[in-house]
Design a protein around this ligand. Structure first.
Ligand code: NDP
Length: 448
């Protein structure tokens, strides 16, 4: 990231003033502004059209009450969000997050990032994000169903296959998407498959969607390695989290010859020097919805470290796949000191600005989330394509499409970074390439 251009400093202060108490949103905007100085020098007309100012203001923000009852009949009130950030390239597209940490700032940062990420995929999708401060963890299936039905009873009026197409994110997997889709269908009396992605395979879902973000991340990292004449073969990897993105990141790393020696959840991390037994982790996380600490019970050679930082484990490649700001300056210093040379973000904004700077200064190849984890949304767009044509593609064909898309994203970032004078800087490459695509469309569509 470059220091923010003089011409944008006042504007950034205005962002802080107009969006008070939203630190995650400020951080995401600052990260993009840090790359845009050279773009403005080359395209002064974008200043006249106030494209940056427009891009930083969501087109629409919806906040709503979600009342629901638990199994004992107790009434609970949560808050629902949908931020429709930018539809210059297509219908709003982005996941729903159900987690206690969700607030407007978190949803706005995610929606802002999503706009550029979706542009980078080259597919016709705008950017949006939503969710709730409800956390499905610890609730029964019936409670989760009642919550999802109440959530959709408000959300349905704001979404549609040509309007806004939500998907999963933290806390929202196939179970939640099923309950949400069922309620949408019931309220609207329409079997509108294209309104949500991440659906089950029996009712409009697509092969590879579940694996897509993790696999896509690894395909992106494979290109980063190739650009430096290397491969996954024999490299040790640390993958944080043990949710959807992490599990399929681990799977693809293993298929490509890498060794994943640690993964985590919010309670702590496991370290297995012989390599993580993925089937065991899947049993715990996907089947039993359990805790990662249970792994060490069936794998005695493994160490479970409660709390602590997973980034203290020495590795060649680090793949943060849990949540925002999970890898800070101290963690980055520890990774660099222990010889880590490659980092790519499966989660959204998992590295703090200080962490990113440390990686760049140390010459670590660093792939930002908006490029490296774009395989999920890209495969969602492939799901929409299959829904629209009433078709279902094979696993092999869809995986190849995903791999091609990730190679394309890597190439776009790599070449753009070079063109704008910062070779090897994927942060600038991703920000500039995504920004220019959205900006051009916004100018072409007039002042809307
Ligand atoms: P899941 O809910 O499936 O998994 C999240 C994982 O991260 C869990 O292991 C969770 O542990 C862990 N985690 C959450 N919060 C923390 C925390 N504060 N500290 C440590 N660990 C934590 O979510 P996903 O895998 O879908 O999403 C992970 C990240 O990837 C998010 O940033 C998301 O926005 C991003 N992403 C997801 C995409 C997708 O297709 N799903 C697409 C692109 C990006 P625990 O169970 O203990 O909470």
């Amino acid at each position: 990231m470059l220091p923010v251009d003089e011409k944008l400093k006042d504007f950034y202060q205005e962002i802080i003033r107009r969006n008070q108490g939203e630190p995650e949103f400020h951080q995401a905007v600052l990260e993009v502004l840090g790359s845009l100085g050279p773009v403005l020098a080359k395209h002064p007309e974008l200043r006249e059209h106030k494209v940056i100012e427009r891009i930083c203001e969501p087109e629409r923000q919806v906040m709503f009450r979600v009342p629901w009852q638990d199994d004992k009949g107790t009434v609970w009130i949560n808050r629902g969000f949908r931020v429709q950030f930018n539809s210059a390239l297509g219908p709003y597209k982005g996941g729903l997050r159900f987690h206690s940490s969700v607030n407007l700032s978190v949803i706005k940062f995610l929606g802002f990032e999503q706009t550029f990420k979706n542009a980078l995929t080259g597919m016709p999708i705008g950017g949006g994000k939503g969710g709730s401060d409800f956390d499905p963890k610890g609730h029964t299936d019936n409670e989760v169903m009642r919550f999802c039905q109440s959530f959709m009873t408000e959300l349905y009026r704001h979404i549609g296959e040509y309007k806004d197409v939500p998907a999963g994110d933290i806390g929202v997997g196939a179970r939640e998407i099923g309950f949400l889709f069922g309620q949408y269908k019931r309220i609207t009396n329409r079997y509108e498959s294209g309104v949500l992605t991440g659906k089950g395979l029996d009712w409009g879902g697509a092969l590879v969607r579940k694996e897509a973000t993790g696999y896509g991340l690894v395909f992106f990292m494979q290109e980063m390695l190739k650009a430096r004449g290397q491969s996954f073969e024999g490299k040790t990897c640390v993958v944080s989290g043990s949710g959807n993105v992490s599990l399929y990141t681990i799977e693809k790393v293993q298929q490509l010859g890498g060794k994943v020696i640690a993964c985590s959840d919010s309670g702590g991390y496991i370290y297995d020097e012989n390599g993580i037994d993925l089937e065991c982790v899947k049993q715990i996380k996907e089947v039993r919805r359990g805790r990662i600490s249970e792994y060490s019970k069936s794998q005695p050679r493994c160490k479970y470290i409660a709390g602590g930082s997973i980034w203290d484990v020495p590795c060649d490649i680090a793949l943060p796949c849990a949540t925002q700001n999970e890898l800070n300056g101290r963690d980055a210093t520890s990774l660099v000191k222990n010889g880590c040379k490659f980092v790519a973000e499966g989660a959204n904004m998992p590295t703090t600005p200080e962490g990113t700077k440390i990686f760049h200064d140390a010459g670590v190849a660093f792939g930002p989330g908006k490029a490296a984890n774009a395989g999920g949304v890209a495969t969602s767009a492939l799901e929409m394509q299959q829904n629209a044509s009433r078709d279902a593609w094979t696993f092999e064909y869809t995986e190849q499409r995903l791999a091609d898309i990730m190679v394309g994203i890597h190439q776009r970032c790599y070449e753009t970074a070079e063109e704008f004078g910062t070779p090897g800087n994927y942060v600038n490459g991703a920000n500039i390439s995504g920004f220019i695509k959205v900006a051009r469309a916004m100018v072409a569509l007039g002042l809307i």
